[in-house]
Design a protein around this ligand. Structure first.
Ligand SMILES: *Cc1c(COP(=O)(O)O)cnc(C)c1O
Length: 223
């Protein structure tokens, strides 16, 4: 798959119809994940209009944002999805609209200081794979409470499915949806290229999709 504007636009529209096919009429939003691709991927995707874009790495996001014009920036809301270090929050705060990977108290406290009222998701670990980040489900209620007390705008819960294990992923998605209901949080950010239908059927309100739009990240992509 080459990174040309027509195929990116077509892929976004395909993803939107795949989402619709599983959503049963519920609105489900799409975060277009540009990590691993250059600013040309952002520009190609912007052909569809206003976008929510996702990135995992602080330096990559800062560099990409710096390359956009003010006009282009006005169409973009950046979601931060990756493992986050407290010391990066200060530099990211002017850029990030939604912080999806908040999984510990120190991040909540630093965000409350550097980005008061920030929109966040508490990330739960659904797969037991530590490198994916996220708090244990049992810790999530305490983190939500702490963030709300600190004045942050907790939109919902975020999670990553278990790679290659549909059954385990669905169990994790359902647990996350049940917990967000229990906590009175309306948003659930689950579902990626591999498992978006499973996640949407389980009650996701927001999917985050990269490779189904831009191609595999390991391939040569610039051009
Ligand atoms: C990379 C990533 C995505 C997008 O994954 P694809 O498989 O490319 O759709 C979504 N969410 C998170 C947290 C990611 O790290």
């Amino acid at each position: 798959m080459t990174l040309n504007q027509a195929s990116v636009v077509e892929n976004i529209s395909l993803i939107r119809s795949r989402i619709k096919g599983s959503a049963g009429g519920r609105p489900v939003s799409l975060v277009v994940v540009t990590k691993g691709f250059g600013v040309e991927a952002v520009r190609a995707a912007l052909a569809v209009g206003e976008l929510e874009l996702g990135e995992n790495y602080a330096q990559e996001l800062i560099a990409k944002h710096a390359e956009l014009t003010d006009d282009e920036r006005s169409f973009v809301q950046w979601h931060f999805l990756g493992r986050l270090q407290s010391k990066k929050i200060r530099a990211l705060a002017p850029i990030v609209a939604v912080w999806q990977s908040i999984d510990r108290l120190t991040l909540i406290d630093e965000l409350a200081r550097r980005a008061p009222g920030a929109r966040i998701f508490i990330q739960a670990n659904l797969s037991g794979e530590e490198q994916k980040g996220g708090a244990a489900l049992s810790e999530v209620p305490m983190l939500v409470d702490h963030a709300q007390t600190a004045g942050l705008d907790v939109r919902g819960l975020m999670g990553v499915g278990a790679a290659g294990d549909a059954e385990r992923s669905v169990a994790g998605f359902e647990a996350l949806v049940a917990l967000s209901d229990q906590l009175g949080l309306s948003e659930r950010s689950v579902g990626m290229t591999e498992d978006l239908e499973l996640a949407v059927s389980a009650g996701s309100t927001m999917v985050r999709v990269g490779s189904a739009i831009f191609g595999p990240r390991s391939a040569p992509l610039r051009g």
